[in-house]
Design a protein around this ligand. Structure first.
Ligand code: PTJ
Length: 264
C-alpha cells in the first residue's frame, strides 16, 4: 500500500500491485514517509532518500558483485573487531528496524542512535521505535563522549561508538566517517552513492540499498560467525576498497550508457 496526499495531509493508502516492476522501491519510499509521519525521519531525510533512489536506479536496483564483496568484508571486520557498534539515524530506523536489530545481535554490536539533524525528541522516538521492533538495548541517550567534529553528531556514548574500533554507519554525511577513521577506527559504510565523502573515506564502502545490504550481511554473519580469525583475516586481506569503488563507478557509467541507448 502506498501513501496518498491531499492538501498537505496524508490521506489514503494507495494499493500498489504485486506485479509493479518497481514495487520494492515504492515500498521503501512509503516506509520513509511513514517514518516522517511518526517523527522518526527528518524532512531532510526525504531528500536523502531520493538521492539514494537515483543511484539505486542506475545500479539496476539490485546488489552488484562489488557490494557483495564489501558486505562480506564488512562482516569480517565487525567480527574481528575488539568492539563494534552500529550507528542508527532516522532513515535507517524507519527503513529496516528488524534487520538492524538482527545484525546487531549476530555481531554483538550495540545499536546507537546518532543524528545529524538532532533533537532529543527524535532520539527518544527512534529508541522507542527500535524497542517496539524488539531491540533489548539501544544506546544514544548519554552522549558522554565526544568525537572531533563540529556537528551534533559529535556527542556519542562512551560504551558504544566511542569505544568501538569498527563502526557500521549508513546513509550519512562524510564528516563523521572521516573523524572516526582519523581516530583509528575502521568505518564500514552503507551508501548508494560511491562518490559521497562517506563512501570515499570509509575503510569498507558498501554501495548497496540499505535493506538489501542488511539482508546479505545477516546471511553472511550467520555463517561467518563460525569462521576462525585466520579465515576472517584472509577475507579482509584480499579486499580492496579502491577497486570496489572504481568498479562500481564503471558499472554505473555503463548502466547510464545502456539506459541512453534503450531510450532512443
Ligand atoms: O536522521 P538524521 O538526522 O541523522 O539524518 C539522516 C540523513 C540521511 C538526512 C543525513 O544523514 C543526511 O543528510 O545524509 P546525506 O548527506 O544526504 O547522505 C545520505 C546518503 O545515503 C546519500 O549518499 C544517499 O545516496 C544515500 N542513500 C539514501 N537512501 C539510501 C542510501 N544508501 C543506501 N540505501 C538507501 N536506502
Amino acid at each position: 500500500m502506498l501513501g496518498g496526499w491531499k492538501g498537505g495531509e496524508r490521506m489514503v493508502k494507495v494499493k500498489i500491485p504485486e506485479s509493479h516492476p518497481r514495487r520494492e522501491s515504492l515500498l521503501y519510499r512509503d516506509k520513509i514517509v511513514e517514518g516522517l509521519d511518526e517523527g522518526i525521519v527528518s524532512k531532510e531525510g526525504l531528500i536523502a532518500h531520493g538521492r539514494g533512489e537515483a543511484f539505486d536506479y542506475l545500479l539496476g536496483e539490485k546488489t552488484v558483485e562489488e557490494a557483495l564483496d564489501a558486505e562480506k568484508a564488512g562482516v569480517a571486520a565487525m567480527l574481528l573487531g575488539r568492539s563494534s557498534a552500529i550507528s542508527v539515524n532516522g532513515n535507517t530506523a524507519a527503513l529496516a528496524p528488524e534487520k538492524l536489530i538482527e545484525l546487531s545481535e549476530l555481531l554483538d554490536a550495540p545499536l546507537e542512535v546518532n543524528l545529524f539533524y538532532k533533537s532529543e525528541e527524535r532520539v527518544e522516538r527512534i529508541i522507542a521505535h527500535l524497542k517496539k521492533h524488539g531491540a533489548s538495548r539501544v544506546l544514544g541517550r548519554k552522549g558522554d563522549a565526544k568525537l572531533p567534529i563540529e556537528s551534533e553528531r559529535a556527542k556519542v556514548d562512551s560504551d558504544g561508538i566511542y569505544r568501538a574500533d569498527v563502526v557500521l554507519v549508513a546513509l550519512e554525511d562524510g564528516d563523521r566517517t572521516e573523524a572516526l577513521e582519523k581516530m583509528g577506527k575502521s568505518v564500514v559504510a552503507i551508501d548508494l552513492n560511491p562518490l559521497s565523502r562517506t563512501a570515499q573515506k570509509a575503510a569498507i564502502s558498501i554501495i548497496d540499498e540499505l535493506s538489501r545490504a542488511l539482508d546479505n550481511m545477516i546471511d553472511m554473519a550467520r555463517f561467518m560467525r563460525d569462521l576462525s580469525a585466520d579465515e576472517l583475516n584472509s577475507v579482509l586481506e584480499s579486499y580492496d576498497n579502491d577497486r570496489i569503488l572504481k568498479s562500481t563507478l564503471e558499472k554505473i557509467a555503463k548502466g547510464l550508457m545502456m539506459l541512453g541507448l534503450e531510450s532512443r
